[in-house]
Design a binder for this molecule. Sequence first.
Ligand SMILES: Cc1ncc(COP(=O)(O)O)c(C=O)c1O
Length: 381
Amino acid sequence: MKFATKVIHGGDTIDPLTGAIGIPVYQTSTFRQSSVDHFGKYDYARSGNPSREALEKCIAELEGGGSAFAFASGMAAISSALLLFSPGDHLVVCDDVYGGTYRVLTKLFSRLGIESTFVDATSVDSVASAIRPETKGIYLETPSNPLLKITDLKGVAEIARRLGIITLVDNTFMTPYLQRPLELGCDIVLYSGTKFLNGHSDVICGFAVTGSSELASRLGFIQNCFGAILGPQDSFLAMRGIKTLKVRMDQSVRSAQVIAEWLSSCGKVSRVHYPGLESHPGYELHKRQADAPGGVISFELDSPETTRKLLERSRLSAFAVSLGGVESIISHPAKMSHAALPKGERERKGITDTLVRLSVGLEDRYDLIADIEQAIADGTD
Ligand SMILES: Cc1ncc(COP(=O)(O)O)c(C=O)c1O
């Protein structure tokens, strides 16, 4: 099945009881058992619920097989996957990882004796040279958030495989439609499903996916033990959102390309980060490992005043945290997604106070350009 078919028919899509087109919301915490000796497929909804299971099967199928686990948020999925590691283990992490991931690694997992080294993962050599005998995991995002830096997934996965290290990839910006890290040799794919997967800015959810049966059984155990599961109502909504993933992504990518090109020629924009621009240092690599550059652009403005104007005067793009919705969202990483990073650390990574991130929604692309133009135009505030 092609991707367009899988998003509609992937997983369990017909309710076996009624024939309903779509698995309903099984709003129950428990399931009545009829035998003391043999419990049914479902016993308690933390361990399994048909609404969640339908979504998990769909995600696994989109990712090309294996097993998927749905969590209450992207951070719940990421944190649950990080529970695979033990005190004394060391992780190599890309240096502009999502701020919440940085925070959980440096404030929580560090307390549990799991140490992280942050490296510029655009260089496979930098990743390789940060590996120690106790390194058990490599954690990547490509394109990264918010600078859209590109990591060679196949190159890193090959090194990791040889050394028995688990490679984890946060694939939130790409979704399985545009990039499938498991096919490139990585072990676990993580999502904030809150973003493009659900796509309607109305559900917080996350996923962990793996092609390895051994990792699947460990992740399933953690999901049940730790209990940060996705509820049935949100599972239903996420499943509904995924049905339009392909058409939404196609539209966002087409518009993002046009807007990124326009921004590159705009006098008040000093730098544009978008892997669809030939000037992007990761352009060729990204083209090899992904099917399109995605719907997120980040760019630097010429001054703090222009930055403030853009954020506060945009009428179509909502000035908000998050991305990947049908509506365009403009955000300020220094104050939002990456506020958890100390200022010095943030600036060292290139996340300046004049950097903004635009998640391109489904509005007309020329309306979006006109909106940016009016927001940053000279004139009274
Ligand atoms: C790349 C990335 N990963 C993970 C997360 C965390 O996801 P959630 O907000 O669903 O917990 C986010 C949220 O912004 C993100 O952008």
